[in-house]
Design a protein around this ligand. Structure first.
Ligand code: EPU
Length: 336
């Protein structure tokens, strides 16, 4: 393992913020990770495990140890009549995994195609798109406990998955590092096409294949979302807020076209993109930061933005949504 010091994280966060980590190390196996966790350098400094940094906003230099998985295994581990279970290393690029299983005709990941990031972070963040969340196809998550270096296997039922959240972001935050994820894939794909215009996009394709749905999802994402390699961003900056039915009824009287989705517990989900657009932020810039003109839920690094520019813009957006609608929107992106 190579220990880098005073290391630029520019290529490790999709916002393209040039901050430094005091130490940066990549590990290639569970054994290397365990060895790393035992080093004094790790025990004496704050530790941050990152994937490809596609959901992070570094607000300052990180005075600690940043670690990054290069565990890149991919293996089929068991098979039943309906399913194939694959075990995938946390360092595998998420969309490379989606492409591999789509080539095999296995169902489950197609709606999640082209999401930036890596497999380990997908299981922490519970990535989701087009009506599917990764929790729907996870069976187990393999981890190492930071304090002890012991391995622990989490069944999906123990991961407390919810909308863009898991136990690894809440009660067990910064306590475990994900080393591999076991996915349950469908031999006979069960397509979920009821989100937005996905069914329209594939309507003329017969017979429908995993690859065709994947291609349609990629085309939709490319038309709506900026490529991080061309324009720094971290996908949706905010989560879609959930509000009480009474609050919703009151707002709906005033804003008759307000889009909404019914959610569990009598709550109503409102697209944050709509709220932000109504507040006049779409396409606006602030210092080097901006609000993407095709999808205002995405904040962009338009012109050498500093983290400060992005934070100020995000705060200003939250305030105006709160003032206009009485709704608190929360960042989906993790501030470091
Ligand atoms: N909308 C507007 N103006 C716009 C764009 C959208 O008002 O310019 C409204 C429309 O009513 C639209 C609604 O927002 O119907 C929803 O838009 P979209 O389908 O683009 O989805 P989203 O709710 O904005 C979520 C995820 C995305 C995911 C898409 C598709 C969150 C925080 N974001 O966005 O995930 O790709 O659905 O499933 O849940 C990410 O997490 O980084 C991400 C990109």
């Amino acid at each position: 393992m190579k220990i880098e010091e005073n290391y630029s994280l520019l290529n490790h966060n999709t916002f393209g913020i040039d901050v430094k980590a005091r130490y940066f190390v990549e590990y290639h196996s569970v054994a290397e990770l365990v060895e790393l966790l035992q080093m004094d350098m790790v025990k004496q400094h704050p530790l941050l495990a990152i994937g490809s940094g596609s959901n992070l906003l570094f607000t300052k230099n990180f005075d600690g140890v940043v670690i990054h998985s290069k565990i890149c295994c991919y293996e089929t581990i068991r098979e039943t009549d309906k399913h194939i279970y694959v075990r995938v290393g946390s360092g595998v690029v998420w969309d490379d995994f989606c492409a591999t299983v789509a080539e095999r005709g296995l169902g489950g990941t197609e709606n999640l195609s082209y999401i930036p990031g890596e497999v380990g972070a997908s299981a922490v963040q519970n990535i989701g798109a087009y009506g599917v969340e990764v929790a729907d196809i996870i069976s187990h998550v393999e981890t190492v406990e930071i304090a002890t270096g012991k391995t622990r296997l989490f069944d999906v039922s123990e991961c407390e998955y919810g909308y863009r959240t898991s136990i690894f972001k809440t009660t067990l935050k910064n306590q475990y590092v994900v080393t591999a994820v076991e996915f349950r894939l469908d031999k006979i794909p069960q397509f979920k096409l009821d989100y937005g215009n996905l069914s329209e996009s594939v309507a003329s394709i017969n017979p429908l294949t995993v690859k065709a749905v994947r291609d349609a999802v990629i085309a939709i994402r490319k038309s709506k979302l900026p490529e991080p390699s061309k324009l720094g961003n971290a996908g949706s900056f905010f989560k879609n807020p959930l509000i009480a039915e009474s609050h919703f009824n009151q707002l709906r009287r005033q804003y008759t076209t307000m889009p909404f989705y019914r959610a569990d517990g009598g709550l109503v989900k409102i697209p944050a993109a709509w709220l932000i657009e109504q507040c006049g932020w779409k396409g606006k810039t602030f210092g080097g930061a901006g609000v993407y003109e095709k999808q205002p839920l995405v904040l962009i690094n338009k012109n050498n933005a500093t983290a400060g520019d992005i934070c100020l813009l995000a705060d200003a957006i939250c305030k105006s949504v709160s003032n206009k609608f009485g709704i608190t929107i929360e960042p989906e992106v993790n501030y470091i």
